[in-house]
Design a protein around this ligand. Structure first.
Ligand SMILES: [Zn+2]
Length: 386
């Protein structure tokens, strides 16, 4: 395939507005692209919203071993006014390409799809099966990868490549993640007589102060040698209606990234204790709900998959490729829910992780094109190791 066609495919993917949903058109596009090149692909709609949301699975080859690639089709939200270019148009400036998802991770998705097409068209020999798993909903809740795992698409997989942006590095571990909604119930009153009501926003702030102190303390002690320590933020807060009414309800959404040494369960125990202490000593009522949860993953740093990847990338770019632990979770947390420790898994994809989820997200064009060749080589040679 010519370079301009490779860029065109990425450009087509960027134009689909798959912000936190609406992945089905991306899946339909990939299915048509694969089928045009003689690769069978199947759309698997998500039960929650089958008209707009779907996974896609494609295969080249048959039998064992099974090498799987996964990439997500959704992207995070954007504020168009904060961008120098249209986020839904791939825009080039020298070697830089801009667009929402150009790093995270439509470049990785396109590069792997094109690699499969190249392998099929050039009839490059390899052992076993290459399985392409394009997921919906990675950025919020991971419904797509959860469904693929539950449907058995990981049961026979021998090695897993995740195409999230790592630049020319690779990652073998990621943190777990918890989204928790903290809700406070108080009692409305006129703002001039706060003693007659219960300020739900104040309750939320007080209980959060206690939670934060306790999380800070423990997270500094119980760290992971690769992943570092737990981190947490309040990212959404809602409450109150107008300045002269004491707020009767308030809600905050907390995001926590966990390591095996201070895991999801331990974080929840601290939060529950803080809430119980608060409720025992105050008139209002605070509660919590977990809205999303993934576990930390620690793959095998010394796997043949990673060695192969490092050799291929070193040959392509002439420098040593680092195997690192990544701060952010990936679909691997759902796909490897039965194998969280020690599976031959590696995250390896084009893009600049530091610009993911940011305004003016960018990726190097040269890197994107190189990844197509590296994936082609990796997909067709790694199977001999499994
Ligand atoms: Zn991503």
């Amino acid at each position: 395939m010519e370079s301009n066609e490779k860029i065109q495919i990425l450009s087509d993917l960027i134009q689909f507005d798959s912000r936190n949903g609406n992945e089905r058109p991306v899946a339909e596009y990939l299915k048509a692209l694969f089928e045009k090149h003689g690769i069978e692909a199947e759309i698997l709609p998500l039960a929650s919203d089958p008209d707009h949301r779907a996974n896609l699975v494609a295969h080249v080859g048959t039998g064992k071993p099974v090498i799987a690639f996964t990439g997500h089709m959704d992207v995070v939200d954007f504020d168009r006014s904060q961008w120098a270019t249209d986020p839904l148009q791939l825009t080039m400036d020298g070697d830089k390409m801009f667009g929402r998802g150009v790093s995270d991770m439509k470049s990785g998705l396109a590069a792997a799809a094109i690699a499969l097409i190249d392998i099929k068209e050039k009839e490059i020999p390899f052992d076993g099966t290459l399985r392409f798993l394009a997921t919906a909903g990675e950025e919020v809740g991971m419904a797509g990868s959860t469904a693929l795992q539950a449907a058995g698409y990981m049961d026979d997989v021998d090695a897993l490549i995740v195409g999230e942006p790592t630049g020319y590095n690779t990652s073998f571990a990621n943190k777990g993640e918890l989204n928790i909604t903290l809700s406070a119930k108080g009692k409305a009153a006129h703002s001039s007589t706060p003693q007659l009501g219960i300020n739900a926003i104040q309750e939320l702030m007080d209980v959060w102060a206690d939670i934060k102190t306790k999380l800070d303390e423990r997270s500094q002690k119980d760290t992971n040698q690769y992943l570092g320590q737990d981190v947490y933020n309040i990212d959404v807060i809602n409450g109150g209606s107008q300045p002269n009414i004491l707020p009767a309800t308030a809600e905050a959404q907390l995001n926590v990234r966990t390591v095996p040494e201070f895991d999801n369960e331990a974080v929840l125990a601290i939060i529950d204790q803080a809430i119980a202490d608060f409720n025992a000593n105050h008139k209002g009522e605070v509660s919590r709900e977990v809205t999303m949860e993934i576990i930390p993953i620690e793959g095998d740093l010394h796997s043949k998959l990673i060695q192969k990847m490092q050799a291929i990338a070193k040959a392509a770019v002439g420098k040593d490729i680092k195997a690192i632990a990544a701060p952010g979770g990936t679909d691997a947390s759902k796909l490897l829910v039965d194998h969280p420790i020690g599976f031959p898994m590696a995250v390896f994809g084009p893009g600049n992780f530091l610009t993911a989820h940011q305004n003016n997200e960018e990726c190097s064009k040269d890197m994107y094109l190189k990844f197509i060749d590296m994936y082609t080589e990796l997909f067709t040679t790694v199977s001999t190791e499994y």
